[in-house]
Ligand binder design. Structure first.
Ligand code: ADP
Length: 164
């Protein structure tokens, strides 16, 4: 019997987009299980709380049986180890993404050389999508229906209505 190969896919997912879901689904072609790690205490300012990001994500991955979502804090390599992952999946959009991801991969390799970093290139269809663009579009009054599932469009509406 061969061992189950698990990968983690870490990020902020504020909120999860079709691009994130595409990366997660494609990672399932390479790994048996993909555990999306929602970072609990990112430094950047977030629109949605950790609980909200988790709930939106869980609904979005309901039709992906190999994928689950959990929260984590601390180092991503330690999170990967704790769930028995052999790899960390990242998505790459642009050359500027590359510089950030390359630097982060080197740091993580230094911290734990046994957790491999696997980078999937953005699908052409989704390469322009980012959570920050989704937040901005929604904040300016347009539903980002091309970028996120409908339950997230609804959550964005509610969030910005609350904010006034
Ligand atoms: P963002 O970079 O949108 O704020 P996250 O921090 O949640 O999102 O990113 C988690 C991972 O998903 C990162 O590896 C990021 O590069 C990747 N990702 C985000 N958007 C895309 C996209 N449009 N195509 C491919 N990968 C993406």
């Amino acid at each position: 019997m061969t061992a189950v190969r698990i990968a983690v896919y870490p990020g902020s997912f504020d909120p999860v987009t079709y691009a994130h879901l595409d990366i997660a689904a494609r990672a399932c072609q390479v790994f048996d299980r993909v555990i999306i790690g929602v970072f609990d205490r990112p430094k950047k300012n977030l629109l949605f709380t950790t609980d909200e990001r988790m709930a939106l994500l869980r609904e979005a991955i309901a039709d992906l049986p190999q994928v689950e979502a959990v929260t984590y804090n601390g180092l991503t390599v330690d999170f990967a180890r704790s769930v028995g992952a052999v790899a960390m999946v990242r998505g790459l959009r642009t050359v500027s993404d590359f510089e950030v991801e390359y630097n982060m991969a080197q740091l993580n390799q230094t911290l734990d050389a046994e957790v491999e970093v696997v980078v999937l290139m953005a699908s052409r269809r989704y390469a322009h999508i980012s959570s920050s663009a989704v937040r901005e579009i929604a904040g300016l009054g347009r539903d980002p229906v091309e970028f996120v599932p409908s339950h997230i469009v609804a959550a964005l509406r509610q969030k910005f209505a609350q904010r006034g």
